[in-house]
Write a protein that binds this ligand. Sequence first.
Ligand SMILES: Nc1ncnc2c1ncn2[C@@H]1O[C@H](COP(=O)(O)OP(=O)(O)OP(=O)(O)O)[C@@H](O)[C@H]1O
Length: 348
Amino acid sequence: MLTEEKVIELLSPIQDPYLHKSMVESGSIRELKIKEGYVGLKIGLVHTGTPEQMQLQQQIVQVLKNAGAESVGLRFEKREDVEAEQQPSGQQQGAPSILSENSKTEFIAIASGKGGVGKSTVSVNLAVALARLGKKVGLIDADIYGFSVPDMMGITERPKVKGDRIFPVERFDVKVISMAFFVEDNAPVIWRGPMLGKMLMNFFSEVEWGDLDYVLLDLPPGTGDVALDVHKMLPKCKEVIVTTPHATAAFVAARAGTMAIKTNHEVLGIVENMSYFQSESTGEKEYVFGKDGGKRLAEELNVPLLGQIPLGQPEIKEDDFAPSVYELTHPIGEHYIQMAKTIIEKTK
Ligand SMILES: Nc1ncnc2c1ncn2[C@@H]1O[C@H](COP(=O)(O)OP(=O)(O)OP(=O)(O)O)[C@@H](O)[C@H]1O
């Protein structure tokens, strides 16, 4: 059983990446809690959301697990009381390439008014469909409150950190980076406003994306800080809005649309998800959540309706587990291919 003294002893050889002193000596450990097999730490760093933080995180978890901790929860906060001896790596590198002016990468934010309408499912499957059509695609899971992309795609590995660069995880030919990679053991993350934007900026500047045609961003639901940060950081970012056919969902989604329009972001269109249930035996459609809410929203915002996706689950494969990715041969997989084709056409 680990004690506080033992944890401190284990952590003291680990260096604070910015102060170049032992974490313990430099006062980086802000809180330490031990409960049965769980060790929880709050760590203050001069720069957060960086590859250095990721490396440190991996080091700490490894040391504590090797010493018998069953689970480790880490929370990082920005430290203002000391100055770094080294700038975070990304800031030394100049303009990040996918954000540079001559970059051909198209950014598409997937937004929704409400949670649970299938925004992450749509983000994942649109990214996979674009890749299936031969495009080079990146996917940023920026849904900080409910990051789910790695689980949905069956990603179990973590990005590799080489030197000061983070290499995204590739799955279905899509390069994925997620907030989930920056937390341990699915611990809830408490990000304060300015940290969110910084984290997102790091996803552009410190991740080695290579040359991409599209970057899709799975935004948190609603029109909060992250959506505004994205609009500020990526002035050319286009938007896809996901809603269900339910009148209330479409009404709330309209707010996300209005914000995009106000901030001069082109709305590529509306995806109406969970539109109907189609009986396999009779082919009859049942409009379980109402009818045509997405269609009406598209008319209201004067943008195209990109697709109406029925209810249905992907086939679950034990050997290639990706619980939310529809196969190419699945009828819903085909809907996504059609939508991806429309998007390619509209962003030519
Ligand atoms: N067309 C569909 N048919 C059946 N189930 C679906 C469909 N689309 C999404 N789902 C399911 O609905 C649930 C919510 O989907 P998802 O997590 O993508 O929504 P979300 O809008 O991203 O939610 P949140 O904002 O809370 O992250 C998931 O369990 C997902 O598998």
